[in-house]
Design a protein around this ligand. Structure first.
Ligand SMILES: [Zn+2]
Length: 253
């Protein structure tokens, strides 16, 4: 299987063979450069596609024929919109997973308690959610995750089991840190694009089109449009004959 390890070993062998075959002549560079470029492109594609399994095995969907989906929310908690979303989930009797940013969670401790009390699961989405998170060194990334973990643990009394990388970007450092801290890394299979789309019906349509047994749906609980469209999304999913399950159950599939 093509992953970071196998791609790196294969490339190193290939470049070395070309080097030997060409007797270490300068022309060697003309072959080595494009090979290096291909390697670089593979690394970037592997980084931005969490479901590629290039750096690590992230759970992006349940393997099942049963009509079940899991709802996930990133980038909260948000004082205003997370509360609205909790009320809708309550009303519709749906549980979800909230991948929270530690620095926000620290300021919304009462909200965290509510999320857990209502039967939802809180996952780690890093403390800083820094723009350059994926450029962090191993130590810094580990500290960032642990800081978020401590905030969540302090309020809920439970260590988060799941981690979703900020921006869904993965790399070899992140893979090592997640493994060391024993996190189950969660991706998604249906992206609602609620951070981009301005039209509620478009979001509903997009999720409907992407629905499949075992779908993991990505939304954001810090967005007004998500709070507005969520009930429509849930009703559509129910009308399509699907049931909502938690992340633990989805992993079991
Ligand atoms: Zn995020």
């Amino acid at each position: 299987m093509l992953n970071f390890r196998s791609a790196s070993i294969f490339m190193a062998i290939l470049v070395f063979m070309v080097f030997l075959l060409m007797d270490a002549r300068l022309e060697f560079l003309w072959i080595a450069l494009p090979l290096g470029l291909i390697y670089l492109i593979m690394l970037v594609i592997g980084s931005v596609m969490i479901n590629s399994g290039f750096y690590l095995e992230a759970l992006c969907k349940g393997i099942t024929n049963e009509k079940v989906v899991a709802l996930t929310f990133d980038d909260g908690p948000d004082e205003k919109f997370t509360r609205i979303i909790l009320d809708i989930l309550d009303k519709q009797q749906v549980t979800a997973t909230f991948f929270m940013i530690g620095s926000k969670a620290e300021k919304q401790q009462e909200l965290l308690r509510q999320v857990v009390a209502k039967g939802h699961v809180i996952g780690n989405h890093s403390y800083s959610h820094a723009f350059f998170f994926d450029l962090f060194g191993r130590k810094k990334m580990e500290q960032d995750l642990l800081k978020a973990e401590r905030v969540i643990m302090k309020v809920t009394g439970k260590r988060p089991e799941f981690f979703r990388p900020p921006y869904g970007v993965t790399n070899s450092v992140l893979a090592k840190v997640a493994k060391k801290l024993n996190y189950k890394v969660i991706g998604w299979s249906v992206r609602s694009l609620d951070t981009v789309k301005k039209d509620e019906d478009e979001i509903v349509k997009r999720i409907k089109k992407g629905l499949h047994p075992g779908a993991v749906i990505l939304m954001h609980d810090d967005r007004e449009i998500t709070a507005k469209v969520l009930e429509k999304v849930i009703l559509m999913i129910k009308a399509e004959g699907y049931q909502f399950v938690g992340m633990e159950a989805m992993i079991g599939y």
